[in-house]
Ligand binder design. Sequence first.
Ligand code: NAP
Length: 286
Amino acid sequence: MTAQLIDGNALSRELRTHVAERAAVLRRRGVTPGLAVVLVGDNAASQVYVRNKVKACEDNGLHSVLEHYPASLSEAELLARVDALNRDAAIHGILVQLPLPPHIDAQKVIESISPAKDVDGFHVASAGALMVGQPGFWPCTPYGCMKMLESIGYDLRGKHAVVIGRSNIVGKPMALMLLQKNATVTLCHSATKDLKAMTLQADVVVAAVGKRNVLTADMVKPGAVVIDVGMNRIPAGEPGEGKLCGDVDFDGVREVAGYITPVPGGVGPMTITMLLVNTLEAAERL
Ligand code: NAP
């Protein structure tokens, strides 16, 4: 079997068209959905991510401001900036790019964002809302994965979903979203004893670890849906060195799986798309 590709670029284009249409409706009512992106320090990867987020806003009719501060910014100064953005009527969504420099308590900063503007979905109020099934902002990456499953018409009811990775921003919310759609969910992590025994039972596998080849062909049930969240670089000395790759051995697993997401061009663009969706919804809720 050669798996069908779930193309995150194509799906993103489609969803961003809807975002642009809804943003135009809001603008006609005098409201331009606005996202503030706050970056502290000079982390190279973070600079690329924030540029992509700001550009995606501009391309789809959302207003965005990028506030870039030196790594020496104090925690108190950052909290004061977030407070000002909480009170800024032109801003509907606030995103503080992680990681923050070590002298700043990232969780404290996230908790200072108004839950009504928490478009990253990292605030405890957002996490709690997801936990109990109340409306709230869903973290963009797992939300994007759910949209990918929806795009292939996949009915999760009664299916076994295995999530590898239990971070607060991907693995845990992913498990809760799958559970909400009536999947039976297994959440694996670094202390899981026999990962292969788990994944071989899975109708859906979501890999969110940050290590190459965590999921290989011998670990996948024929016909399973495989979603690859991982973002890694191929090390020097290996074919394709320096290129982006996921957690899944794509070439091997595509011969066994029913559906698979590529890296790049899979979950990555969907994450930014769901940030636009959340920002738009934050503006529509007002
Ligand atoms: P993270 O916070 O480092 O969490 C990684 C998780 O993987 C942890 O729960 C860890 O277990 C688990 N793990 C580590 N080694 C394992 C192993 N051998 N077997 C099973 N589980 C193992 O990472 P994250 O923020 O969730 O991100 C995960 C990956 O997704 C990274 O590559 C990141 O770059 C990528 N990512 C991509 C997007 C996107 O838009 N495409 C967005 C966010 C993240 P413990 O909890 O036991 O340590």
